[in-house]
Structures are given as structure tokens and as C-alpha cells.
Design a binder for this molecule. Sequence first.
Ligand code: ACO
Length: 428
Amino acid sequence: MADSAELRVGDQTINLPIIEGSEGERGLDISKLRSQTGLITLDPGYGNTGSCQSAITFIDGEKGILRYRGIPIEQLAEKSTFLEVAYLLIHGKLPTQAELEEYVGSITLHTMLHEDFRSFFGALPKDAHPMAACSAAVGALSTFYPDSLDPSDERQLEISIHRLIAKMPNMAACAYKHSIGQPLIYPRNDLSYAANFMHMMFATPCEHYEVDPVIEKVLDLLLILHADHEQNCSTSTVRLVGSSMVNLFASVSAGINALWGRSHGGANQEVIEMLARIRDEGITTKQFVDRAKAGDDNARLMGFGHRVYKNFDPRMKIIKKACFDVLEKLGVRTKLLEIAVELEEIALKDDYFVERKLYPNVDFYSGVIYNAIGTPANMFTAIFALGRLPGWIAQWSEMHDDPAFKIGRPRQIYTGETMSDYVPIEKR
Ligand code: ACO
């Protein structure tokens, strides 16, 4: 196959090298395009633009394949744990037993928050969205740990990574506790990562909360499934912000904000609200699907469609199965699941969705599980953020280690006024 492409611009012909990835993906290297031709490329939404070469996550959206460091998501979902997956993503290989124990031990040591975080959360309005609170709290970590902010110092970075992974569940739980007016709960380091989060969410100083192993397992599974997804909106945000050489906490704080949007991670909250609306307003699923087809962005079928997957999202398949299993094990019957299944069936047979290759994505069934295990809807995206954290960190670190690393700075095609003189205010 050709290893370069020819581009003809007027009388000039230039060669553009073709870069091939390990799974056969091919891309034109246009890094010299502007210096050779004066042209830039224009690709709103970056649908055809590769921003980096990466060895972390592979997706084939046409075939519905997702692998972390080469390992299929189905195998990790069945056999791994969230902290092992975090190690895999960040360190590039599965840990040995000793490495895993040391890793989990180190992260567990950092689960407590600085005591001043109590007044930090206390200062937020009660109805603050947990994503806003989490983003602010992660950003605030750089004020508490100014000793470990240098992105180019390996040891400082390692401490920051462990602090961030350890403290994020605590911060998310604090955001929730504050919103319902309950005391913030200290972590319990005898519990697993997922169980500790549920404990901080639902225990109170006067009542012990026994974490159901079914809930602990499914939450760990959901975190694994969300752990990375290559150059999505929030990850690209983390990379772009980090490319200015700002610290990891500031970069991840920005990523949390990007994830919050309803076109991205915020869709999981929107899906459950959509299902509840269909249930409560007594409209049929068919009527709702017809409304979603009308082209109004505010009535999209939430949890459907994906920039990369033009086939089933492999994470959705695992989550859908887990959803049925968990609801059965917990003895929960919910109308919301029936509505979701009906919506999916109707949409998958509908020409509008078929022609546009719109399939249910990771967010379609996850909310039904979160709902069944007792988490309020406004916490769903914060749990997504807990899961995505290792991916953000791995991608941020990979970017800094890349020999081609430079500050991210896209260009534009200017379409505004051409040169015009300043008009004094009395003459306008
Ligand atoms: N409901 C109805 N129509 C849709 C939907 C949907 N959920 N998604 C896409 N379409 C339609 C668009 O209207 C468009 O139709 P047109 O060609 O007639 O104009 C066509 O499908 C292509 O859609 P785009 O918006 O151009 O696709 P894009 O790749 O830019 O967007 C996105 C992907 C944002 C995920 C979109 O499908 C969407 O808004 N889905 C609902 C929100 C959602 O579930 N987001 C979570 C994604 S997964 C994640 O980020 C974790």
C-alpha cells in the first residue's frame, strides 16, 4: 500500500507521508502542509483529524471493538478490577501480584481529604451540581499540594496521580452529602475502591452502611467500562489543557467540565430523566422516538448515537446484560428498564436511526443500574468521571512523554471584517 499521498495545489505538488498504526488505521501526516503550501486543513468537530499517535486504547467503531492496551474490553470486564485496569492504562501493562498490591496500597493510603475540604464543600450552594463541585474540588487539589505540581518531575507526578485516584471518590461523595445536608463521611480503608465510594455516599455517623457485594461488583464493572475511550471530548480537553504545561489537577478539572455536557458524559443523567418523563407523562415510546426524529436537538434520543461507533457500542452490550443480572439479583423491578428496552427495539428498526447508524451507547443502560443501586440521577456523570480518571491520566502522561509533544494550538480560517478604521463613539 502507498506510504504517501500526492496533493496538487495549483502548479505545486507535494507528498504527504501516510502514517500507519498497529491495527492498520492510516492517516495523512500534514504537519508540514502549511510551511510547504500556505494551506491549513479545516475539520470542524475534528471528525477526520488525528491529534496524536497513542498506544493506550484501540477502537474500531465500524466493528464495535474496544481494547485497552490491546486487551478486549469484554475480557477486562469479566476478569479484572478497576484499579488493575487503572494500572494497565497508566503503566502500559498488567501488574504482577506484588505490583498490584503495592499500587492499591499506595492509593488506599491517600483516600482522606485535607480537613479544610469540609469548609470548601460547605461553602458551595446546596443545589450545586456534583460535576461542578467535583471539577472545583479537583482544581482545588493544586492549592492543597503545591509541592507536587511539576508535570516534568516523575516522583511529583506519581504522588499526584495516586492522590487524584484516591481522593476523587471521596470528593464526589462529599458533593452528594453536602447537597442533602448530611455530614461528610470519612473513607474506610478496609473496603475496596467501589465499596468505599458507596460507603461514603450512604453511611451516616449514626448508621453503618453494609455494601452489598452485588452493588460493589457492578459499580467496579461500570468504572472499568468507562476507564478510557481514546481521544473523546473530555480526554482531548485534558490533553489540550495539559499541553500548556499546567499541572495534572488543573487539566483533569477541565476534563470533568467537558464530560459534564449532555452530548458527552452528561447523557447518562439525561437518559434516566428521559425514561422517567416517558413514564410520568404517559407518552408512548413510539411517540417519543418520532419526536427525536423531528431534528430538534433538545428532543434527541439520549444515549443513542456516537461519533465513532457506527455499530453497537461494546460497552453498552456488557452494561445491558449487567443491568438485567443486577436488577434480578437485587429483586428490583423498574418500569424504566422496560421503557429503555422498548425504545431501543423501536429505534433499531426505524429507518431514521438505521440510515444514520445510530445505536445505543454506553450511557443508555448505565443510568438504570445507577438508579437501581440507589444513586441519585445528578451523581451519574460524577461516577462516569471516577471511571474515566485513569484514562485522562494515562493520556495526559503519554502526551508529555511523546517526542512530538508541543503545546496544542489549532488554527482557523478567519471570516470576519477585513481591515476597518476605529470610529469615534460620537460618529457611530
Ligand atoms: N437522536 C436523534 N437523532 C440523532 C441522535 C440522537 N441521539 N444522534 C445523532 N442524530 C442525528 C443527527 O440529527 C444527524 O442527523 P442529520 O444527518 O439528519 O442532520 C445525524 O444523526 C448525525 O448526528 P451528528 O450530531 O452529526 O453526529 P455527531 O457524531 O456529531 O454526534 C453525538 C454524536 C453527540 C453522540 C450524538 O449522536 C448525540 O447527540 N447523541 C445523544 C447524546 C448522547 O447520548 N451522548 C453520549 C455519547 S457517548 C459519550 O460521550 C460517553
